[in-house]
Design a protein around this ligand. Structure first.
Ligand code: CA2
Length: 149
């Protein structure tokens, strides 16, 4: 059994489906987790799906992924735009990293158009709502396959 794909979620994503559905959709974070499990399962992987509002906890989970995960899919939320600490943690990984966002960052405020996480990730999926996560898992599985080929 391969190691799980860690799907890590940053601050305020616990509010998904509850507020601002016009930007982030109506799907709750629990439902996103179920979608990730189903998509990963179909591809032969399990997921560890977590959310935190605390930057240090996100750093701890990224560090944990170094030894415990096959890949990381991360929606850093607001910390993507601010956190050098999360970037540094990601840079210590040798497994694939895929950045994931619900909204289409390029069409939003200028401060959302760059993320520190992008400097460590292989690529970014953004703008497809909950589907972004499924696409990010597909990309992660693809990258795992390429790394072991
Ligand atoms: O589009 C994304 O996935 C974001 O990572 C979401 C973050 C935002 O800061 C990023 O720029 C883009 C915000 C997450 C907050 O999610 C909420 C969901 C519902 C209601 C309020 C906030």
């Amino acid at each position: 059994m391969p190691k799980p794909i860690y799907v890590l979620n940053g601050p305020n994503l616990n509010l998904l489906g509850v507020r601002e559905p016009h930007i982030y959709g109506k799907t709750t974070l629990d439902q996103v987790g179920a979608l990730c499990e189903a998509r990963a399962g179909a591809l032969g992987y399990t997921v560890v799906f977590r959310q935190t509002n605390a930057e240090g906890v996100l750093v701890d989970w990224v560090q944990e992924a170094r030894t415990e995960a096959s890949a990381v899919v991360i929606n850093p939320a607001g910390y993507g735009h601010t956190s050098v600490a999360v970037l540094d943690a990601l840079k210590a990984l040798t497994i694939p990293i895929v950045e994931c966002h619900l909204s289409h960052l390029a069409t939003r405020e200028s401060f959302r158009q760059k993320t520190y996480v992008s400097l460590a990730a292989s690529g970014l999926v953004a703008g497809f709502g909950a589907k972004s996560y499924e696409l990010a898992i597909e990309a992660a599985v693809d990258l795992i396959g390429k790394a072991s080929a």
